[in-house]
Design a binder for this molecule. Structure first.
Ligand code: ATP
Length: 308
């Protein structure tokens, strides 16, 4: 758990983070979203003491970070960023082993861990462990970055646009894989992005920042369907509805009305139902456990559906 209380950070006269309070729960995936320069990266770097705050308190797993040395704290918190990436002179296994090595793990434990991490992010250990970063594609390098961050099994991961350099197709695959890993391993994640779809797809909650202050912090559904003010509304511009629908399994919304037609696949989402309705003109679509009506979709999506 991370508890941030009334934290302010200034660069000279400029206040980048203003009296900000926020709690990130254990095993929660919190996305920090906001326009360029709103203080997202600054907030992340305050948590692992890469920069010092001017006032306020930060606790990590119940401990005041002022009672911990920066290097010690950073060994227990994974950190992934887009721009620095991997150490170019080290091969993949040395890159992944950085923190386990600092933690003085035994060599055989480290080797085993490196292979486990490569498998976890979907890269064959035999093929990848001896490669240099220059021999990797952008997507592969990002996976190694994620593997490195979780190699020492930290409870907490801070991620600053970690998939920013990856092409859209691989990016979606990486996002889904990473969310699955995070749920399985119950990691607490604070993830910075300015990509709305990424935020909606990954998060348990989204924290919207503007000029160093929290504008709204809530579940993706509530942020999209019930934006707190014009800033949040403008930020999403009605874009989020389809992503929200794609997070919801259609069978959860089935009504006991049976139709004599081929049902949609059991994994179909409300977005698939909407596509079926829009392409066929039907106002009710068959599911394996009943059917779903256009009105139900409208109810889930709110009136904004008319704008998509
Ligand atoms: N070392 C620094 N010295 C002075 N100003 C800084 C410094 N680092 C950041 N800033 C300023 O603080 C503000 C917040 O920066 P930060 O990097 O946290 O924003 P961000 O929301 O992560 O932006 P982006 O999405 O563009 O990465 C920006 O206006 C930035 O110019």
């Amino acid at each position: 758990m991370i508890k941030i209380s009334n934290v302010t950070k200034k660069y000279g006269d400029f206040t980048a983070v203003k009296d900000l309070s926020l709690t990130v729960n254990k095993a929660e995936f919190l996305v920090i979203l906001g326009p360029s320069g709103c203080g997202k990266s600054t907030l992340l770097r305050l948590i692992n003491k890469m920069i010092a705050r001017d006032s306020g308190e930060i606790e990590v797993n119940g401990e005041d970070i002022d009672d911990l040395k920066g290097e010690e704290l950073r060994k227990t918190i994974g950190y992934v960023i887009q721009s620095i990436g991997l150490f170019p002179h080290m091969d993949v296994k040395k890159n992944i082993a950085t923190v386990p090595h600092l933690l003085k793990w035994k060599n055989d434990k480290i080797s085993k861990r490196v292979d486990e991490m490569l498998a976890l992010v979907g890269l064959e250990p035999e093929k990848y462990r001896d490669k240099k970063p220059s021999e990797l594609s952008g997507g592969e390098a990002q996976r190694i970055g994620v593997a490195r961050a979780i190699a020492s099994d930290p409870d907490i991961l801070l991620m600053d646009e970690p998939f920013g350099a990856v092409d859209p197709i691989n990016r979606l695959r990486l996002q889904k894989e990473f969310r699955k890993i995070q749920k399985e391993l119950k990691k607490t994640v604070v993830f910075v992005t300015h990509d709305i779809d990424e935020a909606l797809l990954l998060s348990d909650r989204i924290c919207i920042l503007n000029q160093g202050e929290i504008v709204q912090i809530d579940t993706p559904e509530r942020i999209v369907l019930d934006p707190k003010n014009e800033f949040v509304k403008d930020f999403f511009k009605g874009e989020g509805i389809l992503t929200i629908l794609s997070r919801k399994p259609a069978i959860d919304y089935a009504e006991a009305v049976l139709l004599e037609e081929e049902p949609l696949d059991e994994n179909a989402t409300l977005r698939d139902v909407l596509t079926e309705m829009l392409t066929t003109g039907k106002d009710r679509v068959a599911l394996i456990n009943g059917s779903i009506s256009w009105d139900s979709i409208l109810k889930v999506a709110g009136s904004d559906i008319n704008e998509v």
